[in-house]
Design a protein around this ligand. Structure first.
Ligand code: ZN
Length: 396
C-alpha cells in the first residue's frame, strides 16, 4: 500500500504553474486587503479569471461555498453532493475531508476556486479547488492540494460528484469474472497478468472460504496518474513513490504499478469485507504473506527480514506493531509488515488454517489475539528469530 503522507510543502519547492502563482497573488492580495476574518468564518476565494457575471458560475460558487462549509460534518451525506456517489464510493469526498486542518490549526488551508472548465457534456463542468495556507509567522504560503470535482448542472441546482468517472470515461474496459478493469490509455493491456490475477483470486477465495467479490480495478501507469484520476492536479503524495497503489472504499483498486495484477491490494478488499475489524498489522501481514509487497514476493522479503534480524540482534519486534511505522530494511522491506507476515506463517505451520482464520476474525486487541496463536511480547523475539530460519511454509 502506498504510504500516505501529507507533508507541508513550501510553495517554493513545488512544481509550480503560472496558474498557481496567479492564485497565490490573488490570495495574498485578499489577506493584505485587510479582510480580517474570524477563525471560524469561511472564506472562499474565487480566482479573478472566473466570470462572476455568469449565472451558472454564481450558482456553482454558492453551492461550492455551502459544500465546503458543510463537508466536514459528515462523510456519508451532503445535500450538495450527488446521492448515488455515496452508494458507489461510500465516502466520495474522503480525499478532501478535513483537508483544511494542519498542525498550524484547524482551517489553516483555505479553499480557492481556481477554474470552472466546460466538459463535452453541457450539464457538467470541472471545478478546480486549491487549498492554500498562509503561515503568519514565516509569511510563507503553503499549497496543500489542487483538487477537481464535477459540478452537475440541473436548471438552478448544482450537485457535485467525484472526478473519477469523468477522468476515466475513455479508459479501456476489460471484464474478467469478478474484476472490471479500467485501463489507462497510456498503457497496453497485459493479458498474462489478467490471467495470473484470476488464479490468485481463486486462491484467495479458497483460502478465505468465500465467494469472489466484484472489484473495479483502475490500472494506472504510475502513482502520479493514479492521483490524477482521483481528482488531484497536485498533492505531494503524487511524487513520493514511483510505484504503489491502494485499495479504496467501494471495492476499488487503484494500481500505480503499470500492471493488471495487484494481489496485495486485492487481499485488502477481501479482508475489509470479511473481517472489518481486523488489526491493520495483521491485515498488512496477510497481504504480504499472500502476495508480497511492492515489487517483490514474500519469499524475497522474508530473506531480507532474516538479514535484518541477524544484523540487528537487539531489535525488539514487540515494540513495532504499528503497521505503518516506517521501518524499512534496504528501502524495500517494511519490517512491521514482515513481522506480521511471519507470525501468520508460523500460525499456519503450527496450528493450521482454521486457527489462522480465527486470528483474522478476532476482534480483540492485537496482543490478546496473538495469545491464541502462542505469541506474546515475551516470546515474540525468540519465536520469530527461530521461525525465519525454517524453510518457508507457503500460504497455498
Ligand atoms: Zn497493504
Amino acid at each position: 500500500m502506498l504510504q500516505i503522507h501529507q507533508p507541508l510543502v513550501p510553495i517554493c519547492k513545488n512544481r509550480t504553474m503560472k496558474l498557481i502563482l496567479l492564485l497565490l497573488t490573488a490570495f495574498l492580495a485578499l489577506i493584505c486587503n485587510g479582510q480580517q476574518t474570524n477563525k471560524d468564518d469561511f472564506l472562499l476565494s474565487v480566482s479573478p479569471i472566473i466570470d462572476k457575471t455568469s449565472k451558472v458560475n454564481n450558482l456553482i460558487i454558492n453551492a461550492l461555498t455551502d459544500f465546503l462549509n458543510t463537508k466536514n460534518y459528515s462523510l456519508i451525506e451532503n445535500k450538495n453532493w450527488v446521492r448515488s456517489d455515496f452508494e458507489k464510493y461510500v465516502y466520495p469526498y474522503l480525499d478532501i475531508y478535513t483537508i483544511e486542518n494542519s498542525k498550524f490549526g484547524k482551517g489553516f488551508y483555505k479553499p480557492t476556486l481556481v477554474e470552472i472548465i466546460p466538459t463535452e457534456k453541457t450539464n457538467q463542468k470541472i471545478i478546480k479547488i486549491a487549498f492554500i495556507g498562509h503561515n503568519s509567522e514565516t509569511q510563507e504560503l503553503q499549497l496543500k492540494t489542487i483538487y477537481n470535482v464535477i459540478a452537475n448542472i440541473n436548471q438552478d441546482t448544482i450537485l457535485f460528484s467525484r472526478y473519477l468517472d469523468h477522468a476515466t470515461e475513455k479508459w479501456h474496459i476489460v471484464n474478467k469474472n469478478s474484476l472490471t478493469y479500467k485501463i489507462s490509455p497510456n498503457k497496453t493491456t497485459n493479458k498474462t497478468q489478467i490471467a495470473q490475477q484470476q488464479i490468485d483470486i481463486k486462491h484467495i477465495c479458497k483460502f478465505l472460504k468465500c465467494d469472489a467479490i466484484p472489484i473495479t480495478y483502475y490500472s494506472c501507469i504510475n502513482p502520479k496518474e493514479l492521483f490524477e484520476i482521483k481528482g488531484f492536479d497536485y498533492t505531494p503524495m503524487m511524487y513520493i513513490d514511483k510505484t504503489g497503489g491502494l485499495a479504496d472504499y467501494g471495492n476499488i483498486i487503484f494500481s500505480g504499478n503499470n500492471a493488471e495484477i495487484y494481489t496485495h491490494e486485492i487481499v485488502h478488499i477481501y479482508t475489509s469485507k470479511l473481517f472489518p475489524k481486523i488489526d491493520k498489522f495483521i491485515d498488512e501481514g496477510l497481504a504480504t504473506y499472500m502476495a508480497g509487497s511492492g515489487k517483490f514476493d514474500y519469499k524475497w522479503h522474508r530473506n531480507k527480514l532474516d538479514k535484518f534480524l541477524t544484523e540487528n540482534p537487539n531489535y525488539n519486534l514487540a515494540e513495532h506493531t504499528d503497521a505503518y511505522e516506517r521501518i524499512y530494511f534496504e528501502s524495500e522491506t517494511s519490517i512491521p509488515y514482515l513481522t506480521s507476515a511471519l507470525i501468520l506463517e508460523r500460525t499456519l505451520r503450527i496450528y493450521g488454517k482454521d486457527k489462522l482464520l480465527d486470528l483474522l476474525k478476532s476482534e480483540k486487541d492485537l496482543w490478546t489475539s496473538l495469545e491464541i496463536v502462542g505469541v506474546t511480547k515475551e516470546n515474540i523475539n525468540t519465536e520469530l528469530r527461530k521461525e525465519v530460519k525454517l524453510p518457508l511454509t507457503p500460504v497455498w
